[in-house]
Design a protein around this ligand. Structure first.
Ligand SMILES: *Cc1c(COP(=O)(O)O)cnc(C)c1O
Length: 387
């Protein structure tokens, strides 16, 4: 007899791996109402506190009045409205590329783009800790896959060498993130760019957690390191620091034209609601303004407050992003730690398999420019209870 969902769910529960939805009753900046309590939220990817920003709400409301709610069709049919075009022009300008294309989510961006870039005769080489959307896109493409240990450029080089020898005609695509979503560390980008250039490969860099956080005007890690012009496929999301929803690719015009023709998540899906495109456009304009730069500086000041108070051992020596992993290993221990934070008035969820490897459970604390220094000091005190 086939196993039932009940027994499978029971097994997850036994292993402290069962996951459930939590209903958040209201959000007021960094405060959320959950389980009848008001908690300070240290789990959102809204790093600049833009998701609730009044001027973004206004931009969305105005677009609803002008264009309605649903786009009505896919982009290639009649779903390309003025906000989509303006958003893509702004994204290309912001990233300094010839062109840009938006998708309805970051997940759809990764899956559609990798599927369009590579097929069964090609090679995709991924960092071991690449986001699930990148892994799914790589698998769905049907390309030959190779994985290198996290940030291990020597191993990447040997995969590139292997690809050239065994698949001389293949398109070879290296895939990594600039700031890693669950570890908050950075890719050794200069070395990766040099390696892929030496082997004539393309690089897809997912800047989901870097945009808005690092680089001039929050343009990302490639910009910060002066490497943006050498990253072939610049990916990002509109759903993290940008505070809205959606994803994008920036790059050369022929790349974007190819995606318009071949990225299935773009071609066969209704366009992003025009109000989301209008809000994302307003957010990117804000990032490039002096106020946006000040907001980003506030985030880094908050990170400094946290770094100064952190207990040694559990957390990274140096904070390289707005993501602070607190490594606990055991799944049950991570859940207990999360409950301890809840009891003290903080929302810090446990991150477990399959989001991270088995036995690599952790708390994932994220900071926002909207946190108050007192809130950060208080959460730091709770962290010492775990040390
Ligand atoms: C969140 C995330 C995505 C997916 O973006 P969504 O807009 O949430 O679908 C893709 N890549 C990385 C690295 C992410 O962290």
């Amino acid at each position: 007899m086939a196993r039932t969902f009940e027994t499978e769910l029971d097994e997850l529960k036994q292993q402290s791996l069962l996951r459930k939805l939590r209903e958040i009753h209201s959000t007021m900046g960094t405060a959320i109402t959950y389980g009848g309590r008001i908690l300070v939220n240290f789990s959102s990817n809204d790093y600049l506190g833009l998701a609730g920003e009044p001027f973004l709400r206004e931009a969305a409301k105005k677009a609803i009045d002008d264009y309605g709610l649903g786009a009505g069709a896919s982009r290639l049919v009649c779903g390309t409205l003025a906000p989509h075009v303006e958003l893509e022009e702004k994204l290309a300008l912001f990233k300094g590329t010839e062109a840009a294309l938006s998708f309805s989510s970051g997940y759809a961006t990764a899956v559609g783009t990798l599927g369009a870039l590579a097929g069964k005769d090609d090679v995709i080489i991924l960092d071991k800790l690449a986001h699930a959307s990148l892994i799914d896109g790589a698998r769905l493409s049907g390309a030959n896959l190779r994985v290198f240990p996290h940030n291990d450029v020597t191993k990447l080089e040997s995969h590139l060498e292997w690809a050239r020898q065994t698949h001389p005609e293949a398109r070879v695509v290296v895939v990594t993130e600039s700031i890693f979503s669950m570890d908050g560390d950075r890719a050794p980008l200069a070395e990766i760019v040099a390696a892929k250039d030496r082997h004539g490969a393309l690089l897809l860099l997912d800047e989901a957690h870097a945009v808005g956080v690092v680089g001039a005007n929050g343009r990302g890690l490639a910009e910060l390191l002066g490497l943006a012009g050498r990253v072939d496929i610049q990916m990002g999301t509109l759903s993290k620091a940008i505070g809205v929803s959606g994803g994008y690719i920036c790059g050369r015009r022929p790349l974007i034209d190819w995606l318009i023709n071949r990225a299935r998540s773009f071609v066969y899906s209704t366009a992003m609601p025009p109000a989301m495109a209008a809000a994302a456009l307003a957010s990117i304009e804000f990032l490039s303004s002096p106020e946006g730069e000040a907001r980003r500086r506030k985030l880094w000041e908050n990170l400094k407050v946290l770094a100064e108070g952190l207990p040694p051992g559990l957390t990274p020596e140096k904070l390289r992003s707005a993501i602070v992993p607190v490594m606990l290993g055991d799944e049950e221990r991570a859940l207990a730690a999360s409950r301890m934070f809840f009891d003290r008035g903080f929302f810090v969820p446990a991150i477990r398999y399959p989001t991270v490897a088995r036995g690599a459970a952790r708390l994932r604390l994220t900071l926002s420019a909207a946190h108050e220094p007192e809130e950060i000091q208080a959460v730091t005190e709770a962290l010492w209870k775990l040390a």
